[in-house]
Write a protein of this length. Structure first.
Length: 377
């Protein structure tokens, strides 16, 4: 299987690199100083990261281990050890790893809530370079939504595959959050304050809940991969299985992936339901909201896009995709103010594309007859 081949290659690349963490660091000194408390790991994901929160105890993303009982941890000198996954009933995308004997210098200092002008740095496993790396800084896009315990911190600090479970820190090297997911300049992390709740819900007494949640992660992921790779029409039981397993995982990122996959396969109503579940958990989720906009656009539900586009354009006024949808949906749904706002921002940030957008607004093409979602067989 391809996943096995990638897993083996990933382990070889990590284990054969004797100088993990020893390369020069481009970040501020306090940020560089905490690199020895971030480790490369491999489990269900062939390459991920973990943060040492105290001697012998790490935190990483649940999706990095799924329902595996252990994870390999790679030390800076290239040696490795096996860590046990601590059973947990915690509903978010975090899990603890027990690795007796693993130590790091210093201790984490509590970080204040980041402000829009706070520099944020990802410190995590760079798979390509085979070492723990400090990435270029970014800034806060939006804080976790109030009243939503699993809402995430949204930011622009660069991260890439292999960084899941790494540390998001401020310029003083204080732990702000645990890196989770993202892309296209929009990234997410789980506030470090959630680690206390994770610890309170972890231990041997939570073995059954841990088994149930971990299995849902694996089955959801495998079902999505199967749907994405298949060219056959999706059957109703397969769609229902994806929806149930991904909802049981309670992972916002997996709900997004399910929505994207179902939307690409033409099952718009099912995709919209997945994105709406994701946004109910985390109303500030930019990628989930943009995925919902794309799906509503494909379903020609332009009126339903408008409220989501207003929220997106307020946070992402430079995003070309958001501006295009604002102009198109605003024009076709009769919201001239939104379309004009999108055009004004496009003239500012993407001036070469503005004439084409203006011609669209002045002479909009007719919308094609609405197609129903692809039938499930």
């Amino acid at each position: 299987m391809m996943i096995v081949r990638v897993f083996i290659v990933g382990l070889w690349a990590l284990a054969s690199t004797p100088a993990l963490g020893q390369a020069a660091c481009d970040g501020p000194a306090p940020v560089c100083a905490i690199k020895d408390r971030v480790y490369a790991i491999a489990s269900s994901d062939p390459a991920a990261s973990a943060v040492l929160i105290e001697p012998g105890l790490l935190v990483t993303n649940r999706h990095a281990v799924a329902n595996n009982p252990r994870a390999q941890v790679f030390r800076p000198d290239g040696s490795e050890l096996l860590a046990d996954v601590v059973p947990t009933a915690y509903a978010g995308d975090l899990v603890l790893l027990s690795a007796p004997g693993l130590t790091g210098s210093g201790a984490w200092k509590p970080a204040p809530e980041p402000r829009p002008d706070t520099d944020l740095f990802t410190v995590a496993n760079d798979v390509g370079r085979g070492r723990i790396r400090v990435y270029p800084p970014g800034r806060l896009l939006s804080p976790p939504a109030a009243g939503k315990p699993l809402a995430r911190l949204h930011h622009t600090a660069r991260s890439q595959p292999g960084n899941s479970g790494g540390a998001l820190v401020d310029a003083e090297g204080r732990l702000v959050a645990i890196v989770t997911s993202g892309g296209s300049g929009r990234f997410e992390a789980i506030p470090a304050t959630e680690i206390a709740r994770l610890r309170a819900l972890s231990g041997p007494d939570h073995a059954e809940a841990n088994r149930r949640i971990g299995l849902a992660y694996r089955q959801c992921t495998e079902a999505i991969d199967q749907a994405a790779a298949s060219r056959q029409a999706m059957r109703a039981p397969h769609i229902a299985f994806i929806a149930e397993r991904c909802r049981t995982s309670n992972n916002r990122q997996l709900l997004d992936l399910a929505g994207q996959t179902l939307g690409r396969r033409g099952h718009h109503a099912d995709a919209i339901a997945m994105f709406e579940a994701a946004l109910d958990q985390d109303p500030g989720a930019l990628n989930a909201r943009l995925g919902l906009v794309v799906t509503l656009h494909l379903a020609q539900r332009y009126q339903d896009e408008l409220a989501h586009l207003r929220r997106l354009i307020a946070v992402l006024p430079r995003d070309l995709q958001v501006l295009r949808f604002a102009i198109q949906a605003g024009t076709w749904a009769g919201d001239k103010a939104l379309a004009r706002e999108g055009l004004t921002l496009m003239k500012t940030h993407h001036p070469k594309l503005a004439p084409l957008a203006e011609r669209f607004m002045n002479a909009p093409p007719p919308t094609t007859p609405r197609r129903s979602s692809a039938p499930a067989q």
